[in-house]
Design a protein. Structure first.
Length: 265
């Protein structure tokens, strides 16, 4: 029954006439930035945010999620928002995004009930909470809401109007910092004791181009020194490390810059 009901709304199973309305509902993550240690669980709330001056009614939401499976392990989700969806979860999809949830891509669907509208406003409404386990150190990795994941899978917020309306707004990313950037001694601070680790990990611009190779090819703390997340540890990373030295809890200011540099909107 779930597949039949979903076909009534979603474009993921077959073509449904969809009109484009004003961009009204954003999909964002809260919190947008978190710092955790390897092995800890990251909880990310997917929130639908409506217009600031009025409410919007949602018929369904399709969301393509993407993350670095080498840095984050998907654990599960909870449909724990205030609205009780008719159907919600990682359902079977035509592009097979939910066939293997260990590959860093998933497709979430939430279908509103016919007897009660899903209403959102400028304050936002929690849709679901997704959980990941942090695997290895990295200055910043992200969980993204992607526009599309295949020919039949795209991120859309559907409105209640007829014909079915696309009322999608902007899609957000969450940045996860795993471990303290620049910390190789596990003391949650950056200091002279960490410099030896940086020396061992320094590769120059031709260093390993595949970040997941770090735990095998280099000491386990090397991802903490890749400040610009470009797959090597070079002079930019050395400069960022120097700017971070002796700052309690690591390079808060520097990593904020790096997150913007590494993940442009």
């Amino acid at each position: 029954m779930g597949t039949v009901l979903r076909c009534l709304i979603s474009t993921s199973f077959f073509a449904v006439p969809v009109s484009t309305a004003a961009a009204e509902v954003d999909l964002v993550w809260r919190p947008s930035v978190q710092t955790v240690q390897p092995g800890e669980i990251v909880a990310l709330e997917l929130v639908a945010v409506g217009p600031s001056d009025r409410s919007a009614s949602i018929a369904a939401i399709d969301v393509v999620l993407a993350w670095d499976e080498h840095r984050l392990e998907y654990i599960g989700l909870d449909n724990n928002g205030p609205y009780a969806w008719l159907i919600a979860g990682l359902l079977p999809d035509r592009d097979g995004l939910n066939t293997n949830l260990a590959d860093g891509v998933a497709f979430y669907t939430a279908l509103a009930r016919f007897d009660a509208d899903a209403i959102v406003d400028g304050a936002g409404v929690l849709v679901a909470t997704f959980r990941f386990r942090a695997l290895v150190r990295t200055v910043a990795t992200r969980v993204a809401v992607e526009p599309a994941g295949g020919p039949n899978s795209r991120t859309v917020v559907f409105g209640r109007e007829s014909p079915i309306q696309d009322i999608s707004g902007q899609f957000g990313n969450a940045v996860i910092r795993i471990g303290t950037p620049g910390d190789c001694t596990n003391d949650h601070a950056v200091g002279s004791a960490d410099f030896g680790g940086l020396q061992s990990c320094f590769t120059g611009p031709v260093g390993p181009v595949d970040p997941p190779a770090y735990p095998i090819a280099l000491p386990s703390c090397c991802p903490a020194f890749d400040f610009d997340i470009d797959g090597d540890i070079d002079l930019f990373d050395l400069s960022a490390f120097v700017n971070s030295t002796d700052q309690p809890n690591g390079a808060t200011v520097e990593t904020r810059h790096v997150a913007q540099h590494a993940f442009p909107e």
